[in-house]
Write a protein that binds this ligand. Structure first.
Ligand code: 5GP
Ligand code: ZN
Length: 138
């Protein structure tokens, strides 16, 4: 994708602070970290969402996500790690090249997820939604 910013980082036509790369996967520092030390991990081949990305590719990406998380703990002394991944504008995806955020977390780092739990009206509402998801499994 010639106009994709992450494809340009893969190609080396725009700079990034790279941490690791192999034939399939690239890890680099996020330019706007939620917490300092925030890493992005991407497949080198352009796909937009998790649903469009082959499972074999995702397996390679997740192996690097795991290595980054371990390195943030060992190298930065992170107390915890968040893995975050958005699909589609409705989910807050800004860059339309699939990426996993690997975010080091520290006690008192000041970040709080805006995560408000909703509740179901009754058990049948949960069951109906579960049935629709199960019926659509491929
Ligand atoms: P999204 O909101 O799509 O899940 O995340 C996109 C991420 O890409 C953001 O965290 C943003 O800071 C990062 N980002 C956007 N443009 C660039 C860039 O040119 N270089 C780097 N290193 N990160 C970028
Ligand atoms: Zn791309």
């Amino acid at each position: 994708m010639s106009n994709c910013i992450f494809c340009k980082i893969v190609a080396g036509t725009i700079p990034a602070t790279k941490l690791y790369e192999d034939d399939d996967v690239l890890a680099f520092m996020d330019i706007g970290p939620i917490v300092k030390g925030h890493v992005l991990v991407i497949p080198k081949t352009h796909t937009e969402t998790i649903g469009q990305t082959p499972p074999e590719t995702l397996a390679k990406v997740i192996a690097v996500v795991r290595r980054m998380a371990r390195a943030q703990q060992a190298g930065l002394g992170a107390d915890g790690i968040n893995i975050h991944q958005s699909n589609g504008a409705a989910a807050g995806q800004v860059v339309p090249h699939i990426h996993f955020h690997v975010i080091p977390r520290f006690k008192h780092d000041g970040h709080h997820w805006n995560w408000t739990a909703q509740s179901y009206a009754d058990p049948s509402e949960v069951a109906a939604l579960a049935d629709r998801i199960k019926a659509a499994l491929d």
